[in-house]
Write a protein that binds this ligand. Sequence first.
Ligand code: ADP
Ligand code: MG
Length: 251
Amino acid sequence: MGTPILQVQNVNKRFGGLKALDDVNLTVMENTVHAIIGPNGAGKSTLLNTFVGRLIPDTGTVTFDGQSLIGRKPHEINQLGVSRVFQTPEIFEDLTVAENVMIPAFAKRDGAFRLHGWESMSREAEIRDRALACLEDVNMADRRAMLAKNLSRGDKRRLEMAMCLVQEPKLLLLDEPTAGMSRADTNNTIDLLKQIVAAKSITLAVIEHDMHVVFSLADRISVLAQGHVIVEDAPQHIKGNPKVQEAYLGG
Ligand code: ADP
Ligand code: MG
């Protein structure tokens, strides 16, 4: 048995008449890959938003590493060790690839962009090294001088992963990391994530629509349907589960 790193208990969220999250319970264990799957509109992104300070649940608790995340600002949650890769990449298009990774490294160290004088210059070299190491982790070191806007879609997503990794998160949240990717790019991303998990002490919570991705990566799967976790189990028990099949066919 491992240690729980993220615990979600009885989380509910309504949008007007719609119950987007219906009494969600979920435990992510440290140093595992936990997938949250479900048909479109199941509430996956909404749930993720309650982990990062973007959305406050109507009721329920979300606890990370022993601390409540409810009511905390996104940057505070980030400082606690939670990073997120968004469904649509949020990168600085007009900066180089290396600069994109250096910015979150500065932010993590200082909590804000408060840098001045020679001190910042000596730190810059160290931060540049760390940024390059993370670009190597995502196989993008050779593209460090390119402008981010000139990257392929798959590389933009990998860049965003490097921007998260440079913060050395304990928990990395990925919202559909392979959305819109070709099969080849999807397989590359799966390999990359496996590599990251093997090399680092990190926990991944992956939201996915694509079953292929989930079954290649996850240690544990929670299936969300209409805002409710209908099954939580190991991948080999998810595939044939009639409840899961019904949720996907109905969704
Ligand atoms: P998923 O990520 O699983 O596709 P979402 O979490 O995005 O699903 O959405 C769950 C449900 O909540 C959907 O029916 C969606 O339309 C609705 N929803 C999501 N965000 C909002 C919002 N800010 N206001 C109103 N309805 C929302
Ligand atoms: Mg979504």
